[in-house]
Design a protein around this ligand. Structure first.
Ligand code: NAD
Length: 266
């Protein structure tokens, strides 16, 4: 029997009870990794992911933690190490939107989005790196892999979503600076920047045929993305097949970043 790509490794995926995180957790499990399914509130979604992963033959546990809280992140990593011995792969996925026109945006909503989308990724990356260094090399090409879930909005400005765009712009330079600092330690750091993927975060944008048609104007490939598109990219970025990919953002967006406004001569 062929050995699965991520056999013998453990992945921790944040915000994995729904959407892209859940799909990444399941895809990593299918590829042979044990998976820690982090969730904030939706324990039913996390339990469902755990059940699906276990059916593939990989180990899985759900751990509740708010990624913006250091004590909860520390406790989550301790529990993950206790369950599976170590963590090899972090998918820094948890994220949310609190949209408002700039003049109406409250400081609370600014801090909330930055706290989860950027500080949450910082806290989880730091805990992951400490665990990679504690454990040492263990038969894989790198000491550990960190995959940050960014967005096309690390590049494309987004009116009405200033907090979200700022958080993803922050993720972009945090990821690249981490890659520069951690590369010599054999820790691989990259981002996935999804375009429009059908998940609960953007239901309004694809739920009706009219909304979907409007959305397709922004996508040269004329298909709204599916969570599996991101799960596949995450498995590849976590595997030794991508061992020389470091400090990169992989845009998985059907061409949303290709200035589609110019496809009809501008
Ligand atoms: P989603 O709402 O289904 O998933 C977000 C997950 O994060 C949820 O499970 C939620 O419970 C979790 N979460 C929120 N706050 C948390 C916290 N404090 N601690 C732990 N978990 C928390 O939406 P999604 O589309 O799957 O989003 C996943 C990631 O992908 C986000 O970072 C988002 O910015 C990014 N993204 C999504 C799209 C898209 O089109 N869907 C596009 C670009 C980027």
């Amino acid at each position: 029997m062929e050995t699965k790509k991520l056999a013998g490794q453990t992945a921790l995926v944040t915000g994995a009870s729904s959407g892209i995180g859940k799909a990444c957790a399941i895809a990593l499990g299918e590829a042979g990794a044990n998976v820690v399914v982090n969730f904030a509130g939706n324990s039913a979604g996390a339990d469902e992911a755990v059940d699906i992963i276990k059916e593939t033959g990989s180990g899985a546990i759900a751990i509740r933690a708010d990624v913006s809280k250091k004590d909860q992140v520390d406790a989550m990593f301790a529990e993950a190490v206790k369950a599976f011995g170590t963590v090899d792969i972090l998918v820094n996925n948890a994220g949310l939107q609190k949209d408002a026109a700039f003049v109406d945006m409250t400081l609370e909503d600014w801090n909330y989005v930055l706290g989860v989308n950027l500080t949450g990724q910082f806290l989880c990356a730091q805990s992951a790196v400490k665990e990679f260094l504690r454990r040492g090399m263990n038969g894989h090409r790198s000491l550990g892999k960190i995959i940050c879930m960014s967005s096309v909005h690390e590049l494309i400005p987004w009116a009405g979503h200033i907090n979200y765009a700022a958080s993803k712009g922050g993720v972009m330079l945090m990821m690249r600076s981490l890659a520069q600092e951690l590369g010599p330690m054999k820790i691989r750091v990259n981002s996935i920047a999804p375009g429009a993927i059908k998940t609960p975060i953007n239901r309004m944008a694809w739920e009706t045929p009219e909304a979907e048609q409007r959305l397709l104007r922004l996508i040269p490939y004329k298909r709204v993305g599916d969570v599996a598109d991101i799960g596949n990219a995450a498995v590849w970025l976590a595997s030794d097949e991508s061992d020389y990919i470091h400090g990169a953002t992989i845009f998985v967006d059907g061409g949303m970043t290709l200035y589609p406004g110019f496809e009809d001569n501008g």
